[in-house]
Design a binder for this molecule. Structure first.
Ligand code: ZN
Length: 382
């Protein structure tokens, strides 16, 4: 029978009965179990906010969130025989829910923020109920869709040199509040205790940004059936994952998520010895799985890098923001508030693309919404 690492739902990571996780990256965090190449394992994971969000209509838990507890990860998993320079082949064989609901939200501008924080400064929350592969929300009526379920965060352990390098290069931004430096008080570094725990907790990297090992990439297409090839930087690879999303739009624009959930992931592992040098790989590559929900029609919104009368130069971030704002303003024609439309774009399987990135001075980006998720026709009419 496949080994299963269990989590107690509703119980924060540091209070789980066994030391089965971590919320920082550091190679001295002890492995929770060993897996041989060719073996499977099932990992249960907690939602990315470590059980701080309740299934109710009150967004004050989102507003008052302690973001330093993100992300509770299950791992590290030691893969027997893995050495620096190898590629770790990870198959996502299945993903499923544990609790029958998830959440998405808008962080308050002064605590977390998000891609559109200037326009939506107040906290909001939407609870999503799961019906098998489908979801709907009492907080965003009139939509129902199948999830493209995936881990927001999945990766291998950095070497100690990488930990130091990541902290060094992010420090100037952290000083301006634009990156998250190590933070010892809420660091959970598995089974370590005493002085050793404190030493590791002080320098361990936060899990917020994606980095060379994968990590918090929030790529919705790393879904069921995907095969990922991760660089290995430490002995045993130190695989870990968490932050499962029932569904997410490209960009995860509200930052308080996709449709965030507790869940389990069935994984298979293999190794390609010396694969990093052989294929000149410095970051993960992956082959998406065969189980995408099928949507026939899309309504696509354009955006260019001009905002509030200011001209930007080939700036895809600004262009994508304008595309999202154009979509949000349009959806308000169909009975949604701006906050509801924002939470829908972060949660539904919308597709973000770059059109032209060469036509100076403007970059063109699009956001595409599958029209079939609505119970009404959202196209313009005469
Ligand atoms: Zn997430």
């Amino acid at each position: 029978m496949t080994k299963r690492i269990k989590m107690k739902p509703g119980t924060r990571l540091s209070e789980q009965p066994e030391n089965i996780g971590m919320n920082r990256w550091h190679p001295d965090i002890p492995a929770i179990t060993h897996v041989k190449p060719g073996e499977d394992i099932i990992l249960e994971t907690l939602d990315f906010l470590d059980c701080q969000i309740a299934n109710n209509d009150d967004p004050s838990d989102v507003r008052d969130i302690d973001l330093t507890r993100a992300h509770p990860l299950t791992g590290p998993i030691y893969i027997d025989g893995a050495e620096p320079g190898d590629l770790l082949v990870v198959d996502i064989l299945d993903i499923g829910t544990i609790t029958p609901y998830g959440f998405s939200g808008i962080f308050a501008k002064e605590n977390g923020g998000g891609f559109l924080a200037e326009y939506f400064p107040n906290a909001a929350k939407a609870i999503w109920d799961f019906h098998g592969i489908y979801t709907s929300s009492r907080h965003i009526p009139g939509v129902r869709f199948a999830g493209l379920t995936h881990p927001g965060l999945i990766g291998t352990m950095p070497s100690i040199d990488m930990v130091h390098e990541w902290n060094r290069r992010e420090a100037p931004l952290a000083a301006e509040g634009k990156a998250k430096p190590p933070y010892e008080p809420t660091a959970y570094v598995g089974a370590l205790k005493g002085a050793e725990r404190d030493r590791v907790a002080k320098e361990a990297c936060r899990t917020v940004p994606p980095r060379e090992h994968g990590g918090n990439t929030d790529i919705k297409n790393i879904s069921i059936g995907t095969r990922i090839y991760f660089p290995v930087f430490t002995k045993g690879a130190g695989f870990a994952m968490g932050d499962l999303h029932f569904s997410q739009g490209d960009g995860e624009i509200a930052f308080c998520g996709a449709i965030e959930m507790d869940g389990y992931t069935h994984l298979g592992f293999d190794l390609i010895k010396g694969g990093m040098a052989k294929y000149k790989l410095k970051q993960p590559i992956f082959v998406p799985g065969p189980t995408d929900p099928k949507f026939e029609k899309w309504l696509m919104f354009e955006g260019i890098c001009v905002e509030d009368g200011k001209q930007y130069y080939l700036d895809a971030t600004v262009a994508y923001r304008r595309a999202c704002m154009n979509a949000i303003e349009y959806l308000q024609n169909f009975g949604y508030t701006g906050e509801q439309a924002y939470m829908l774009l972060t949660a539904a399987p919308v597709e973000g693309r770059i059109g032209g990135i060469v036509d100076i001075p403007n970059c063109a980006c699009t956001v595409a919404i599958p029209t079939g998720i609505f119970d009404q026709d959202i196209l313009p009419r005469k």
